[in-house]
Ligand binder design. Structure first.
Ligand SMILES: Cc1cc2nc3c(=O)[nH]c(=O)nc-3n(C[C@H](O)[C@H](O)[C@H](O)COP(=O)(O)O)c2cc1C
Length: 220
């Protein structure tokens, strides 16, 4: 486990930071966590208001109380579709949606999320009930910074949301103010399976339009 960052190049790093969901329970040193959060807060926010708070949870009791809500969220959205999504006739690597291996990884994390040594909740006080379409824009860039900085230290994670099936209960367990919203739950830990590989995406030429919506170009 490196306590100094891997000097991976910026582009190389962002091309090789997939979601990591098989995480050891090995603790992450606190000074490394500070480094990761220091990189996170370099992310953008509207008017540089930095409306956020970053709640770091390591207490096994808090994690144990929230983990069942997370499994329930997973069960409702993906667990119920297990047979369909793992069906042998289904394309194991569809162009969009979960591949078979990702499905299994999501399922694994759902059952083991409490083992991840650190959970980071990116929180926006004042955001509960907001209809502002730009809301997430003021925190998700910073969340991605967090994941990229983690990658430099050999630490994996993923932005997750299944805890939101019990948002009020989670907020109460975390002691959040009434008007605050968790914008995700990011489990962090040293990966035990998988690798730093380029995330699979739809072909670029299919999703990039030039001058007017729908006008594609071949990449030169
Ligand atoms: C808004 C949002 C919510 C997500 N919620 C979850 C979640 O609850 N659990 C999970 O395992 N992954 C979750 N993910 C991670 C996505 O599944 C992941 O980003 C996607 O599969 C691409 O992964 P890759 O970069 O490894 O290809 C979420 C991602 C986003 C952006």
């Amino acid at each position: 486990m490196p306590d100094t960052p891997d000097p991976v190049g910026l582009l190389e790093g962002l091309h090789s930071t997939p979601a990591r969901r098989y995480l050891a329970d090995t603790p992450i040193p606190e000074d490394v966590l500070w480094e990761l959060l220091d990189a996170a807060v370099r992310g953008p926010s509207g008017g540089n208001r930095q409306p956020w708070g970053w709640l770091v949870v390591t207490d096994p009791a808090t994690k144990a109380a929230i983990a069942p809500f997370y499994v329930e969220g997973w069960q409702r959205s993906y667990g119920v579709r297990r047979e369909e999504l793992l069906h042998p006739d289904r394309d194991p690597q569809p162009p969009t949606g979960l591949s078979t291996s990702t499905y299994r990884a999501v399922e694994h994390l759902a059952h083991h999320i409490a083992e991840a040594p650190v959970w980071v909740f990116p929180v926006l006080p004042g955001a509960a009930g907001s209809q502002d379409k730009r809301l997430g824009g003021s925190i998700y860039g910073a969340v991605q910074n967090l994941l990229l900085a983690a990658r430099a230290y050999g630490i994996g994670g993923v932005l997750t949301s299944f805890h939101l099936t019990h948002e009020q209960e989670v907020n109460a367990l975390l002691g959040l103010p009434e008007d605050a919203a968790t914008m995700g739950l990011v489990p962090l830990g040293y990966p035990t399976r998988g690798r730093w590989a380029q995330p699979r995406r739809r072909p670029l030429e299919e999703v990039v339009f030039w001058e007017r919506w729908g006008e594609t170009r071949n990449r030169s």
